[in-house]
Design a protein around this ligand. Structure first.
Ligand code: MOS
Length: 762
């Protein structure tokens, strides 16, 4: 491992600490879910429906059952009992409520209708291809116009003042509809399960963003006691929300393994990723804005449709940020859920906020143009002083500074507002801005810290690291409080045998794990100092524990602790005196000192409830338009974020960079298309579903304002995983308008849209 110069222990919080699990991943030693292998393990391959709606008339598996190596063909007729979850309950959640093969109905293309299990993967795949199905086929409904045929109920989620009256009397109004497509989560690692039964106990190796929830769900679904289920997810090739909750393959693998009494491995392949394990649903959002002639907002209406599957209620909460982002006396947000024959949607990075802010922020740009006002100035003028939706003060909000810093960085002062008016190197330049926000909270978490006799420190928590740096954050907290070097700290995550930790969702793990980890290590150190003071033979025997502290993993006297300021951690010696903690354990005849910390959730904290807890940010995007070949490219993005105190600036900046890259994909490339006849995602592969590649990357630059939010936790840290994806697409779409004069309100922005540009010469 390369040696990195780290600051002294006390300053490691907020430092750019490389991921402690990085070497395992980059050398291929990190073991992922379907890497697991066991004696006697058999392989499953799922069979998918080839229609988008109807029912199975007959399923002929006789050929498959006779194929070499086949040990089981599981389907509606022979699956055996699996259970549904109690509907709507909090402590066990899935996106798809129907259990696999529950009935003979087909609700979306690609739905799993059988699974073939064989000695080898090749045998299972060959046998799966021989399953013959006859359907009673109906026309699936995959219409992209969500208003088409809508007969459901529209619900009001926020309302204040009288928006209709205010819109009617506004000097300037905007009334436009913005659409975002179905986007598919495309983590590098696909979903997969290895299920291993031992008597009545089952262990599931999963790629999961929430092992504790996964355990609860699988106990209920399989009908076994909670304590009989263990879920392990030590390394995850990301998830983006698609792995928050269990999907059918986990049930299929576990049920097949139970029936066979052999370990079963079942992978979701890339094509199945587009139909069976969630997606960000399509949205269609009408935004109406009213403003005075000098640019003060008087009315906002945000009325949207959100697509869901035939069987599951899923709402993409596009209006979540609308009530508090701007100050505005008259407002309403309404939701309409529209059913189509697609798989169950799921949260995807920044659910609600990301498509919602594409609409709201695009509309703000259109309003600025109509007012002949600078779009940054318009935002600053309407910035909210308090959360007018919930009538609460903000715990900490520095959005105006995000705009000011971003404008400075991109050179906004030089921006001339006329379409096509800026040129550089034979290209037209466009600049746009988009605001971002995401909620913060402190959710429950338990963690334990153990000082071990071999001089190592173990940290345990059943949360998981989905690639965001959670392993490293635990180690940073322990290092900060003990001075034990990072390479002597072992962090154990992603296993339900550990103390219960939170799902890696909602960008909430960091603010949840900090109090628990800090409490655990602080308590362990207190116990250590007490033992050092009590134990005969200890150099501190008889001292008052208050006179002792820990530095560099050694118990030292506070008065003798030398002052080392700004020394590099490696090589620098803080402590000439004292004794190593493991020596204290040896003298006291202890096998270790363990302590547990718990995080008290903000939703039970009366102080936190008095505030609106959110993070903020702004993206400033620049595009280059080459009218000669109708080519637009994002050239620069400056991302300025107010996410509380940043615990690890390297991992933190990495989150915003990755999110900005996904935002470029949202603006220019991504979108899942369903064929009208069968409802199949026709671009369900990496050749046809476009994502941002290296060649598409702009210059990216991230700035954190780094204001601690002490309402959220003692470190002042809020979450940063999702917010970075909000605001990118509207910044790019506005920059594209500035360069080309084409306002694209339906993502992604296509070449066909830009061919309408009247800016034909650079
Ligand atoms: Mo996030 S969409 O809660 O993984």
């Amino acid at each position: 491992m390369a040696t990195h110069t780290l600051p002294p222990a006390a300053n490691i919080i907020g430092a750019a600490v490389p991921r402690i699990d990085g070497p395992l991943k980059t050398t291929g030693r990190a073991v992922y879910a379907v890497d697991h292998d066991f004696p006697g393990l058999v392989h499953g391959v799922a069979v998918q429906s080839t229609i988008g709606k109807g029912r199975i008339r007959s399923l002929d598996v006789t050929a498959a059952e006779k194929m070499p190596g086949v040990v089981l063909v599981f389907h509606h007729g022979n699956m055996g009992k699996v259970y549904r979850l109690f509907p709507g309950q909090d402590d066990g959640h899935t996106n798809e409520a129907r259990t696999p093969f529950e009935d003979d109905g087909i609700y979306y293309w690609g739905q799993f209708i059988a699974v073939v299990v064989a000695e080898t993967l090749e045998q299972a795949r060959a046998a799966a291809s021989t399953v013959r199905v006859e359907y009673e086929q109906e026309a699936p409904d995959v219409r992209t116009d969500l208003a088409a045929g809508f007969e459901g109920k529209r619900e009001s989620s926020w309302r204040r003042g009288d928006p209709e009256q205010a819109l009617g009397s506004a000097a300037v109004t905007i009334d436009e509809t913005y659409s975002t497509p179905v986007e598919t989560h495309n983590p590098m690692e696909m979903h997969g399960t290895v299920a291993v039964w031992d008597g009545d106990n089952v262990t599931l190796y999963e790629s999961s963003q929430g092992v504790v929830n996964h355990r609860r769900v699988m106990a209920e679904v399989l009908g076994v006691p909670y304590e009989n289920v263990r879920v392990i997810s030590r390394f995850i090739g990301s998830g983006f929300g698609g792995k928050l909750f269990p999907w059918p393959q986990s049930t299929m693998a576990a049920a097949a393994a139970r029936k066979l009494n052999r370990p079963v491995k079942l992978s979701v392949d890339r094509r199945m990723m587009f139909s069976n394990v969630g997606h960000r649903p399509r949205t269609q959002q009408r935004i109406r804005l009213g403003a005075t002639q000098d640019g003060k907002l008087t009315a906002i209406r945000h009325d949207f449709y959100t697509q869901t599957s035939e069987l599951d209620d899923f709402v993409e909460h596009c209006g979540e940020q609308t009530p508090f982002l701007y100050s505005c006396p008259n407002l309403e947000v309404t939701t309409a859920m529209v059913r189509r024959n697609v798989g169950a949607p799921a949260p995807m990075r920044g659910p609600g906020a990301v498509p919602g802010l594409f609409a709201l922020e695009s509309a703000m740009d259109e309003l600025a143009i109509k007012l002949k006002m600078d779009p940054v100035e318009l935002r600053i003028k309407n910035d909210a002083e308090r959360d007018e939706g919930r009538n609460l003060p903000f715990s900490s909000r520095h959005l105006k500074e995000c705009y000011q810093v971003g404008a400075e960085k991109i050179g906004w002062k030089q921006r001339t507002p006329e379409v096509g008016s800026m040129r550089r190197n034979g290209k037209i330049i466009g600049m746009g801005v988009g605001a971002a926000s995401w909620s913060a909270a402190r959710i429950p978490c338990t963690a334990s810290v153990e000082l071990c006799p071999n001089g190592r420190v173990c940290v345990r928590c059943a949360t998981q690291d989905i690639g965001t740096g959670t392993y490293t954050l635990f180690a940073q907290v322990v290092h900060a409080k003990t001075g034990v070097p990072l390479d002597r700290i072992d962090v154990f995550l992603g296993d339900t045998a550990l103390p219960d930790g939170p799902t890696s969702g909602g960008s909430m793990v960091t603010s949840a794990m900090l109090p628990a980890a800090t409490g655990a290590v602080t308590q362990a150190v207190t116990r250590l100092l007490n033992i050092a003071a009590q134990t005969p033979g200890s150099p501190f025997h008889g001292s008052h524990p208050d006179t002792l502290t820990v530095a560099e993993g050694r118990v030292v006297s506070k008065t003798q602790q030398p002052q080392v300021v700004g020394a590099a951690y490696h090589g620098g010696s803080l402590t000439a005196n004292g004794i190593p903690f493991e020596e204290v354990l040896r003298l006291a005849d202890l096998s270790g000192i363990t302590a547990t910390g718990r995080t008290f959730p903000s939703f039970e904290d009366p102080k936190a409830q008095k505030y609106s807890l959110h993070s903020y940010g702004a993206h400033f995007a620049e595009v280059e338009w080459d009218p000669g070949i109708a080519h637009v490219r994002v050239s620069r993005i400056f991302s300025i974020f107010d996410c509380g105190r940043i615990i690890n600036t390297k991992a933190g900046a990495n989150q915003i960079l990755g999110a900005a890259v996904m935002g470029v994909g949202m603006a220019l490339f991504e979108g899942t298309h369903y064929d009208a006849k069968f409802g199949q995602p026709i671009n369900g592969n990496f050749a046809d579903y476009l994502v941002t590649t290296c060649a598409d990357l702009p210059e990216l630059d991230v700035t954190f304002l780094d204001y601690p939010d002490l309402i959220v936790n003692e470190y002042g840290a809020r979450g940063i995983g999702e917010i970075g994806m909000a605001g990118v697409a509207p910044a790019i779409a506005s920059a594209v308008y500035h360069a080309t004069g084409v306002r694209v309100r339906e993502l992604p922005i296509r070449i066909e849209d830009l061919l309408q540009s009247k800016v034909v010469e650079a």
